[in-house]
Design a protein around this ligand. Structure first.
Ligand code: ZN
Length: 310
């Protein structure tokens, strides 16, 4: 079972204001900031990771906050929603909380027999809090205001919007080991049995929707979880065998990455479980220091000067 994709690893999105982004995901949603670093390809930009206590794959939403970012367009060829798993009975708490903080939200709805609440983060990124049909046994991060009876446990799913779902569906099933389990209207639900949570990807057949434009309030890429680099390289070979063009293995300090553009236009990543977020900070201090990759350590003073205060 391990020699395959084991659900979602992280989802990376674009924000504008860094401070507002941190406040929303930590104070309002109650996630833990598990790493504060910079974009390894652009060290003048932060890279924030929000997740559970340890930053377990399958709980990680990450952001590049670009202070001057224009607003992106949610459309095809991208992930158009992030679904978080929340406990049964928690949606009334969340609806009241979003009302209190003036967060844009819709009424509680139901899909595939699961109740959910849709909302938008301060940049307009679409999020859903979903009560999963199958009990989610993961232990959530807790705060003073968001306790375990209501707290987000990690990903439930993500939704990809596509002009045509066929070729993306083939990657999910033939390469990643997912199965199509249900369809409602233009929404096709795929699940992997390799893991119990963060196991779902929904594909939305959206031929009329304009192509997405990646900027503030949109998702940049979706990372799938692999146990280690051996599995990653085996998956990479399968992707090459399908005529796609993945990158080599890239060291992201907290995991190793391989990226490829799937045929529907979404940027996919394969990210390893190793080495994880405690590689350069102890568990109880995760996210409290600005961590830089070694190559930028010499330039720390300059980098700290250009990064916005949060
Ligand atoms: Zn990534």
């Amino acid at each position: 079972m391990e020699n395959t994709i084991t659900g979602l690893h992280h989802i990376t999105a674009i924000a504008s204001d860094a401070k507002r982004n941190v406040e929303f995901y930590t104070s309002i949603l109650g996630l833990r900031l598990v790493k504060k670093t910079v974009n390894f390809d652009d060290p003048g930009t932060y890279h924030f990771y929000f997740g559970d206590e340890t930053g377990e794959p399958g709980t990680l939403t990450t952001f590049f906050p670009w202070p001057d970012a224009v607003k992106g367009r949610i459309g095809t060829g991208m992930a158009t929603s992030i679904g978080y798993s929340v406990p049964d009975g928690s949606l009334a708490f969340w609806a009241a909380r979003f009302k209190e903080f003036n967060i844009a939200k819709q009424d509680i709805a139901e899909r595939f027999g699961e109740k959910f609440l849709s909302l938008q983060d301060p940049d307009g990124l679409h999020l859903e809090l979903i009560v999963p049909a199958r009990e989610d046994k993961r232990k959530p991060w807790e705060t003073n205001e968001v306790n375990a009876s209501v707290a987000i446990k990690g990903f439930h799913s993500t939704t990809l919007s596509l002009k045509n779902t066929n070729s993306t569906a083939e990657i999910l099933t033939d390469v990643f080991g997912y199965k199509l389990i249900k369809q409602e209207g233009n929404r096709y639900r795929f699940i992997t049995e390799a893991v119990e949570s963060a196991a779902i990807v929904d594909l939305l057949q959206s031929p009329e929707m304009p192509a997405g434009y990646i900027a503030a309030g949109t998702n940049h890429h979706v990372a799938f979880r692999v146990q280690n680099e051996q599995v990653q390289m085996a998956m990479r070979q399968k992707i090459v065998d399908r005529g796609l063009n993945p990158t080599g293995k890239i060291n992201r300090d907290y995991f190793y990455s391989v990226y490829f553009r799937e045929p529907g236009g979404v940027l996919f990543e394969l990210a390893t479980e190793n080495p994880g977020f405690t590689v350069d900070e102890p568990l109880n201090e995760l996210g409290t220091h600005l961590k830089l990759p070694k190559k930028f350590e010499e330039a720390r003073a300059q980098i700290e000067r250009v990064l916005p205060l949060i």
